[in-house]
Every structure is written in structure tokens, then in C-alpha cells.
Design a protein around this ligand. Structure first.
Ligand code: KIV
Ligand code: ZN
Length: 386
């Protein structure tokens, strides 16, 4: 089986659907450029039929793009598909991405159609796309709550009609990793022509499982992951690109999968998004949060100073950040305090360290963490006072 995972970034589409994450044209163009620098394979630039503004931004992104594939989203109806194509056709590598619900709940209440009509619409939609391009993705919306046998029929039919990527989303973030993987495995094994398409997942984070579900899907043959920077997206968001990528890198021994993402560009990309939409990255966010490489407890700091692998499974540099941060606070040990002062240019005798260490503990009881300025004032006060 192919070991290459394709990263499909939907920050500019599903991500922008996140409340408060709206971006203007210039901001989208800047972010689109950064996604290329990051090494994303496919970027979903927007949903052209949804508004004239979206159409224009997708078209401008498509025009600016280099070799990256540029996808536009469309409902499974001719008007949307043709509009989508009009927006993306200037790209070097355009892709039409259509979606249609396959779950009983969505078919009955949202589409008000029976399964036979849905199957017909899916095939007609893909055929319409194929008139424009051979790069066609079909999404079974609400896949994780759909009937397995119906899914196999839909997937077989859309591949026969020309879909080259089949996306199996957990639209409402309902799936559990083992259960999701088992359903995907069932569909892949029981669809006769499944070897003719790349399977993809698109996981929402309503139960906090979007990354876990994405990773579980790789284990049963999925080779495209739909993700967003910082995990932004509808409701609780989508699987976060930086977390999925670093799982594949740090646990290459477990997954054995390769990709094109330049991991050193992860932090710059996530920061750019955060600054663009004015939403700070939470301090405890994996990979890119302020605390992801910060160590406060004395035991951890001591371990880090002896061998960083004791408490770090990846280097900050590998995700585009600078040095790890030994935060001086009330849990810090003598070794970390000495080391911190050395890094600030103060070499302390044992006696001096004793004085400073006591003062650090007292101050840290009052303040949560100590900044370099606090420490500098303290060393001046305790050591250089006389
Ligand atoms: O969550 C979802 O199912 C989607 C589809 C359009 C892929 O965003
Ligand atoms: Zn989605």
C-alpha cells in the first residue's frame, strides 16, 4: 500500500466557517501563500457558489497558486459545480470537491430525498464535474452516521462516474476512533473498485476526537487528511493540521507514513493565522501553544538540563520555534535557576545562588511566573547590592 499521505487544508473554507474567523481578500491571499510554503498538497480555497465575495477570493487564490492543487467546494448540483469550476479553472491544478449527505437522518430531514435519488444525484454530480476536470473529490456528508451497505453502493458508483478522491467525513464529530476505522475499513473492503480512488477523512472535533479519528483512519488505508491550522472550523473545529502532522513525524515508527509538510513552517503558519483572525493560540495547545515547550517543575527542569529527551518528544526547532523555555516559578529547582541566570550572563557562586534561590521562591509565591526583568532585579538586589 502507498505510504504517502496527502494533506488537504481547509482553513480557508471550513476554517473560515468558524465564528469570528472571517478573513478579507488580502488576508486570504497571504494565508494561501503560506500554505504553499508549508507544503500542503491541496488547499480548499472556499465555496464559490456561496457568495460573490467567496467566488472572487477563490478565483484570486487560484490565479496566484503555484503547483499546489486548489479545491473549490460545491453542492452536488449543476449550478454550484459550474460556478465552482469558473472560479478555480485558472489554477494550475484545480480540483472540484462536491458533497452530498448519505446518512438516513440527513437524507430524510435535510435533503428530503430517498436513498435511490441520493445515489442518482451523486452520480450525476460527479459526471458534471468530470466534464470540467478529471480531478474530482466526492464527500459522503455525515458518513459516520450512514448505513454501511448504502455507503458501499454510493462509493462504488461515484468512483465509476469518475471521482478520484472519496472523502468519508465525521461531519458532526460523533465517531469513536476504533468504530470509525472499522466503518472505513468495511467500506474500502466491500467496494469492488476501491483501489481506483484515494480515500480521505475530514473530522470535526465536537467530542475532542478529530485528530484521534484522523489518525485511526490512516491505519485502515486512508491517505488524505482534511485539516485546518490551529484546528479552527465549524463549531468545535476540525482536526488540527499541526497535530496530525507531528503525530506522523514523531511516531513514524508506528504509522510508517510520509508526507510533504515542512514541519519547521508549522509554527509560523499557525501564528500567521492566529494574528490574521485575532484569535490567540491557547497556551496549552499541542505543538504551537506557548506552553508546549515550557517546563516549570523542578524535576522536569533538572531532567531537561541533563538530557532534553527526558521530557521532550520533539524539539521546538522541528516545528519552527526557538529554544525550549525553562520557566522560573515556584516549582523550579536550583539547577534550573542557576542555568537561567547563566543564560542571562550571571555566573553565581554557591553562596550567591543560595540567596537568589530563596528570593526566587518568595517572589514566585506572589507572582505566577517570573519574567527576565524580575530575575534581573532580584539578582541585582540580592547579589550586587553591596
Ligand atoms: O464536515 C463536513 O462534512 C464538510 C463537508 C463539506 C466535507 O465540511
Ligand atoms: Zn466540515
Amino acid at each position: 500500500m502507498n505510504n504517502r499521505v496527502y494533506f488537504f487544508d481547509t482553513t480557508l473554507r471550513d476554517g473560515e466557517q468558524s465564528p469570528g474567523a472571517t478573513m478579507n481578500l488580502q488576508e486570504k491571499l497571504r494565508l494561501a501563500h503560506q500554505l504553499e510554503v508549508l507544503g500542503v498538497d491541496i488547499m480548499e480555497a472556499g465555496f464559490p457558489a456561496s457568495s460573490p465575495g467567496d467566488f472572487e477570493s477563490v478565483q484570486r487564490i487560484a490565479a496566484q497558486a503555484g503547483d499546489i492543487q486548489v479545491a473549490g467546494l460545491a453542492r452536488c448540483v449543476a449550478g454550484d459545480i459550474d460556478r465552482c469550476w469558473d472560479a478555480i479553472k485558472v489554477a494550475k491544478n484545480p480540483r472540484i470537491h462536491i458533497f452530498l449527505s448519505t446518512s438516513p437522518l440527513h437524507m430524510q430531514h435535510k435533503l428530503r430525498k430517498d436513498p435511490a435519488d441520493v445515489l442518482k444525484m451523486a452520480v450525476e454530480g460527479v459526471k458534471r464535474c468530470v466534464q470540467h476536470t478529471s480531478n474530482v473529490e466526492f464527500s459522503c456528508e455525515d458518513f459516520s452516521r450512514s448505513e454501511p451497505e448504502f455507503l458501499c453502493r454510493v462509493v462504488e458508483a461515484v468512483i465509476n462516474a469518475g471521482a478520484t478522491t472519496v472523502n468519508l467525513p465525521d461531519t458532526v464529530g460523533y465517531a469513536q476512533p476504533a468504530e470509525y476505522a472499522a466503518l472505513i475499513d468495511h467500506v474500502i473492503r466491500n467496494t469492488p473498485n476501491s483501489d481506483k480512488a484515494i480515500f480521505s477523512v475530514h473530522c470535526h472535533n465536537d467530542l475532542g476526537l478529530a485528530v484521534a479519528n484522523t489518525l485511526a483512519a490512516f491505519k485502515v488505508g486512508v491517505r488524505q487528511a482534511e485539516v485546518t491550522l490551529n484546528g479552527i472550523g465549524e463549531r468545535a473545529g476540525n482536526a488540527s493540521l499541526e497535530e496530525v502532522v507531528m503525530n506522523l513525524r514523531v511516531r513514524h515508527d508506528y504509522f510508517g507514513l510520509d508526507h510533504n509538510i515542512i514541519t519547521e513552517q508549522l509554527y509560523p503558519s499557525c501564528r500567521l493565522l492566529s494574528m490574521t483572525i485575532g484569535q490567540p493560540i491557547p497556551n496549552n495547545k499541542a505543538i504551537v501553544g506557548a506552553n508546549a515547550f515550557a517546563h516549570e517543575s523542578g524535576i522536569h527542569q533538572d531532567g531537561m538540563l541533563k538530557n532534553r529527551e527526558t521530557y521532550e518528544i520533539m524539539t521546538p526547532q522541528s516545528v519552527g520555534r526557538t529554544e525550549s523555555n525553562l520557566v522560573i516559578g515556584k516549582h523550579s529547582g536550583r539547577n534550573a535557576v542557576r542555568n537561567k541566570f547563566e543564560s542571562m550572563g550571571y555566573t553565581l557562586e554557591d553562596e550567591q545562588l543560595n540567596l537568589v534561590f530563596e528570593a526566587v521562591k518568595q517572589l514566585a509565591d506572589r507572582k505566577k511566573t517570573l519574567h527576565d526583568d524580575d530575575l534581573m532585579a532580584l539578582v541585582q538586589e540580592e547579589v550586587y547590592r553591596t
